[in-house]
Ligand binder design. Structure first.
Ligand code: IPE
Ligand code: IPE
Ligand code: MG
Length: 246
């Protein structure tokens, strides 16, 4: 990836929705002889620098992958740390996010009994507190899986067909999209993954059909607003054809 050159950014072509797979916390910690959880803790200032950067660039939607449906398979102490870390982060930072004009959303299966009640409450509080904000939407993908989201939408559609709310002939891409976790969320223009891994890991499968992907070797705790700008510069050099001829 090119060196950061924020000055070369075209301010008229800032992606409307940037989605980030925040990866590499464990490796960042391991490289320093620290426990993996220290890497997660260090991911917080990285996230807030990115939020500031996104606000400065005028990005409308920022989605961050915080915990996947597959992350439950990690050691119990790491999972427990992540649950409590999220509770704590929301409590400590929600007012600041509110003051920045950020509207917080959560996508994923929050009703999963493995999600602590306390976290469910903090999610509800953060969403309610920031519900009227309009500067930027900040979406936390938490206990999120793309396949889970599609299955959940299909289930809702099946219920609506069975109850006669929608005719089976009307079932299609639009009626399915309307039943995703956050139907008002536009598809991501750009999906970024840190840490050098080049896979989607069940993130926004439906929504990223025509997203541009930028992979950077930077580990998430080292990621900041400048890295974000560099990723956007790379995105701006892409030719989005959507199956056409350009
Ligand atoms: C991403 O960092 C954070 C979460 C998945 C919660 P990792 O914890 O996956 O870090 P690596 O990939 O092991 O370095
Ligand atoms: C994806 O990262 C999930 C999050 C960043 C929350 P993982 O580290 O869990 O993905 P894999 O296991 O490397 O594919
Ligand atoms: Mg990882």
């Amino acid at each position: 990836m090119a060196e950061p050159e924020p000055a070369s950014l075209d301010r008229d072509r800032i992606p409307r929705h940037v989605a980030i797979i925040m990866d590499g916390n464990g490796r960042w910690a391991n490289a320093r002889g620290l426990p993996r959880t220290a890497g997660h803790a260090q991911g917080e200032p990285a996230l807030f620098d990115v939020i500031q950067g996104a606000l400065g660039l005028g990005i409308e939607w920022l989605t961050v992958y915080a915990f996947s449906t597959e992350n439950w398979s990690r050691p119990a102490d790491e999972v427990s740390f992540l649950m409590h870390f999220n509770i704590d982060l929301l409590r400590r930072r929600r007012d600041e996010m509110d003051e920045m004009g950020v509207r917080i959303h959560f996508i994923g299966d929050r009703d999963d009994p493995r999600v602590p009640d306390e976290l469910r409450t903090e999610i509800d509080v953060a969403e309610a507190l920031t519900a009227a904000n309009t500067t930027m939407h900040l979406v936390f993908a938490f206990n999120y899986g793309g396949r889970n989201e599609v299955a959940h939408a299909v289930r809702r559609l099946a219920v609506d067909v069975a109850s006669g709310t929608i005719d089976v002939d009307a079932v299609g891409m639009e009626s399915l999209a309307e039943r995703m976790y956050l139907p008002e969320m536009p598809d991501p223009d750009l999906v970024i993954r840190s840490s050098g891994e080049m896979r989607i890991s069940n993130f926004l499968l439906w929504e990223s059909a025509y997203s541009e992907f930028v992979f950077t070797p930077v580990l998430w705790p080292d990621f900041d607003g400048t890295t974000l700008a560099a990723c956007i510069a790379e995105y701006q050099g892409r030719d989005r054809r959507y199956g056409g001829v350009g």
